[in-house]
Design a protein around this ligand. Sequence first.
Ligand code: NAD
Length: 334
Amino acid sequence: MKKIVILGGGGFIGGHLAKRLKEEGNHVRICDIKNHEYFSHEEICNEFILGDLTDPRVVELVIEEGVDELYQLAADMGGALYIFTGENDANVMHNSAMINLNVAKECVTKNVKKVFYSSSACMYPEHNQLDPNNPNCEESSAYPANPDSEYGWEKLFSERVFLAFKRNYKLDVRVARFHNIFGPQGTWKGGKEKSPAAMCRKVAEAKAGDAIEVWGNGLQTRSFLYVDECVEAVLRLMHSDFTGPVNIGSEEMVSINQLAQMAIDISGKDLSIDNIDGQDFIDKYGFKCPLGVKGRNSDNKLYREQVGWEVNQPLLVGMKKTFEWITEQSKKYS
Ligand code: NAD
């Protein structure tokens, strides 16, 4: 039995990771500023500490001596509406950077044996992601840096914080860059949800003959990784000797309209797609369409080489499970 701390375990990926590690018989302590919305404490941990990790006193209390593995997933984040409108930039940068600075230092002070840090594909340079059909997200393309959001800049900064603590204080760290993780028990409404959840919700709530609103021209591309595969990839990286940074994502790139059509096909409903962009979007919402880069796909070569495993579940399989779960959630709220 290992002593494990999961920061941000009240969130989507942290909750799934905590559940898996608890089921494997480990002692799991979570700290999050909020409870998990869909998992009970019993399902995911032995101890749940409600606390704000931007406060160093909370971090001192949460991280004790004798921790075998610490997973740092806490961040002030959300989907495009949260990250790309610019309205949350100061909080996103300040809160997440404070958490990471506090955590890296405390892990050294308390001799945590191994630390995982969750970075994001949002740290890749915008200029390599202008062609929707040919984005470059190879790990080595990170510099010269030019992320398209403050969220991405903070992730890049914090990667460097953890790597500096490794160099100077021998902190045994693993860094992964997640690419659009999705699945059940994640945010599906309210403005912080990501595109797979938003598509599933819109389709689940639509009536035959309706048009599903899709932001942008729908040709922008992304890849999406189902949360169970993400957890598996994190654990395999943690148990490998490779520090990273390394991508954790799917290489199955689709356009956003293809993603919307997939949700429609799963539902079996007669629905169409309505792309809203440019001035029409501004007239309707009062701000510019928050799209992010034009194309992004995970490049898994380095992970395959260094960790010796690869994700392989088709997007459709995860989308079916997610659609089913969001349909049930949506019924509860209607
Ligand atoms: P999430 O928002 O569901 O989880 C983050 C958790 O951090 C939340 O539960 C939140 O309450 C907690 N948190 C925020 N501020 C806190 C504070 N001050 N003190 C304590 N807890 C705090 O997001 P997620 O999708 O589970 O993402 C987990 C990590 O992976 C994040 O660091 C995120 O940036 C990164 N990531 C996620 C994705 C994705 O597609 N989901 C992609 C790239 C990177």
